[in-house]
Design a protein around this ligand. Structure first.
Ligand code: NAD
Ligand code: FES
Length: 281
């Protein structure tokens, strides 16, 4: 059981911040890792990236967008409620080392897992720049947090309502043209990470991406999270989630991500129907 110590809406209407009591996980967890949660006995298991780790207070933080059945159920939980299973830390941590200039690229609510990573690269003595993009200014999150940690925060919005107008890749291109970038690390939608990797390739800059395929057990047993890296099958849950972006088979990843979309929609519809019936009774 993991108690929700704090829950707040951080982006209207559906992105929530959760701080969970997790003393053992917080002592072992490192930036770049994730947890798998199961809300209740009949719940599904879903992977969630760590948005913060606080071993002193024995907590971890998660940022979750209510998009499907489980994330919507989670959004209905309140401070003081308990999550039945919290399993982690899972996956390989980010390889934190002193490289020089690190450019982090985050899209939408996918920027959140970059926060502990930014901290760790900064503590290791790097110059840390973040490019954070959202469709419009109202969808930006964690700007204040990154302002505290990073040397520079570059904002892009698709509609130009804040910062540079366009995708994160346009700001990244300019940063690469200036030179001196030693490492790029990206978290966000798969299509964004693919384009980030394509942008860095001509500059020969090492590019790490955090993949988010479908996961079930999270411990290397089911094969649900398999991805093709340099033509070889790897399991994102135990070998990743971070991989060399220039080696990822993006078509394979995105096709596999779409495999259960109809099942997920159906399950969400059934849950909403059941929930509405319960509220009416
Ligand atoms: P979104 O679709 O609004 O995109 C955010 C930004 O990504 C855009 O503003 C743009 O700058 C960039 N982007 C989008 N499409 C692009 C393209 N074709 N080329 C270049 N850049 C592009 O993001 P959202 O709806 O907030 O969703 C966040 C995403 O982050 C989800 O897909 C979620 O699965 C992912 N995520 C991943 C992890 C992880 O891998 N560990 C963790 C959390 C969230
Ligand atoms: Fe089952 Fe990775 S989630 S092997």
């Amino acid at each position: 059981m993991a108690k929700i110590l704090e829950k707040r809406l951080i982006r209207e209407p559906d992105v929530f911040y959760y701080r969970l009591e997790a003393p053992l996980i917080s002592r072992k967890a490192k930036p770049g890792q994730f947890v798998i949660i199961r809300l209740h006995e009949n719940g599904e298991r879903i992977p969630l990236s760590l948005a913060d780790i606080n071993p002193e207070e024995g907590t971890i933080s998660l940022i979750v967008m209510a998009v499907g059945k489980t994330t919507t159920e989670m959004s209905m939980m309140k401070q003081g409620n308990e999550i039945l299973d919290l399993c982690g830390p899972l996956g390989q941590p980010t390889h934190i080392h002193t490289v020089g200039k690190v450019v982090l690229v985050g899209g939408g609510f996918g920027v959140a897992p970059l926060y502990p990573i930014a901290h760790a690269f900064k503590d290791a003595g790097n110059d840390v720049v973040i490019i954070m993009g959202a469709r419009s200014k109202d969808l930006l999150i964690y700007e204040n947090e990154f302002n505290r940690v990073c040397d520079r925060v570059i904002i892009t919005t698709d509609d130009g309502s804040r910062g540079i107008k366009g995708f994160v890749t346009e700001a990244l291109q300019k940063e690469l043209e200036k030179g001196g970038v030693d490492l790029v690390l990206s978290v966000g939608p798969a299509i964004m990470m693919q384009n980030v990797s394509q942008t860095t390739e001509p500059f020969d800059v090492k590019t790490i991406v955090s993949l988010n395929p479908i996961m079930v057990d999270g411990t290397g047993m089911c094969g649900g999270c398999r991805v093709l890296i340099g033509g070889e099958t790897r399991f994102a849950c135990v070998d990743g989630p971070e991989f060399d972006g220039h080696q990822v088979d993006w078509d394979n990843l995105m096709n596999r991500q779409k495999k259960y979309v109809n099942h997920e929609k159906l399950s969400f519809e059934r849950w909403k129907q059941k929930h509405t019936n319960m509220l009416c009774e």
